[in-house]
Design a protein around this ligand. Structure first.
Ligand code: ISE
Length: 338
């Protein structure tokens, strides 16, 4: 067990990086944020000013190599993940990388290969649904066999507003990838084929495929249908239902309070994923910090999970472009594609 707190460096102080830094500072035991960095130095400085003793690093590579950084969170733009995660591996430092591990399967594969040179896995991926109490209970009930074998899984993933200019590929690798990971994790199976469609485009979402509909087929034939909105207008809404041979299990979206007033029963919805998944983020970070202190792998998704999620995401992007079902070849599914 490492003596003293883990000194964490945070790369990227946008929405998620700032949230992780704040949470580490306020709500996680055994860690301190020692350094932050961002393309926007003003943004990094503002985040550092709100933390207890964090400095602003010169650049991401300086932060990764620094003696006052034991472990790194990568929460920068998706296309920068590969260079930063590879640098963490070269420095032998544990890294919690936000999803996706990389925007393409080939980049994720290079990271996976580099990690394999290390005896202990160093990479954890921020698929936080794996730490959400609701998803964990759903998986536990499924694993107990209470509803029999799963036949269909319905995933709904609605965001309240779209970032300007988001592309179809980004909706898949930035948003739908959570559901791809959930499908593999819940079913304990690989995805063998994907069909992606975007029947009606919402004007508010610009050119983004909104909604994006995916149909994922698992090895044993379970179908996972996924609906993603980048801009559903009304709030952040994530749901999941598994229908089995003898019953169904659904996620109950947590709301802190229910107001009964004037003949109505109202629950509020979060504006984005941070409040909805705050407990999942807390558990994910606490687990990661504990694993870094103990020098053991974390309970988070691994580089392998991150790689396979990008393989399925790549097939979804291809299906969207071709308008056809895309079969994922066996070598890719089992990581043999070089
Ligand atoms: C965002 O980047 C996240 O990771 C959220 O969890 C997800 O719900 C959202 O769709 C993404 O844009």
């Amino acid at each position: 067990m490492r003596a003293g707190p883990v000194r964490v460096g945070v790369i990227g102080t946008g929405v998620m990086g700032a949230d992780h830094a704040w949470r580490l500072d306020e709500a996680i035991s055994g860690a301190v944020v020692s350094a932050v960095v961002d393309m926007d130095i003003g943004r990094a400085s503002r985040v550092a000013a709100g933390l207890d003793g964090a400095r602003v690093a010169l650049d991401a590579m300086e932060l990764i190599a620094a003696d006052d950084v034991d472990a790194v969170i990568v929460a920068s733009a998706d296309e920068t993940h590969e260079a930063f995660v590879l640098a963490c591996l070269a420095a032998g430092k544990p890294v919690l990388c936000e999803k996706p591990l990389a925007p393409t399967a080939s980049a994720a594969r290079r990271i996976l290969d580099a990690e394999q040179a290390h005896e202990t896995p160093l990479i954890s991926i921020g698929f936080m649904r794996r730490f959400d109490p609701g998803y964990l209970e759903l998986k536990a009930v499924l694993n107990r066999g209470s509803v029999g074998a799963p036949l269909v899984v319905h995933c709904i993933h609605r965001n309240a507003g779209a970032p300007a200019g988001v592309t179809g590929a980004e909706v898949v690798t930035g948003s739908a990838i959570h559901e791809i990971d959930v499908a593999r994790w819940l079913l304990d199976e690989e995805i063998v084929a994907v069909t992606a469609r975007s029947p009606h485009h919402r004007r508010r979402a610009g050119s983004a495929p909104d909604p994006l509909l995916l149909s994922l087929e698992s090895e044993s034939g379970t179908v996972v249908d996924v609906e993603v909105f980048v801009d559903a207008s009304y709030g952040y809404d994530v749901r999941c239902e598994v229908v089995g041979e003898t019953g169904a299990i659904s996620l109950d979206a947590p709301a802190a309070t229910v107001v009964r007033l004037e003949g109505q029963r109202r629950e509020s919805l979060a504006a984005d994923w941070r409040p909805r998944f705050s407990e999942a983020y807390r558990r994910e970070l606490q687990d990661w910090v504990a694993s870094v202190r103990a020098g053991t792998p974390s309970g988070a998704a691994t580089a392998w999970d991150g790689y396979l999620a990008t393989v399925v995401a790549g097939a979804a992007v291809e299906s969207l472009a071709r308008g056809e079902r895309v079969v994922i070849a066996e070598p890719e599914r089992y990581g043999a594609a070089g």
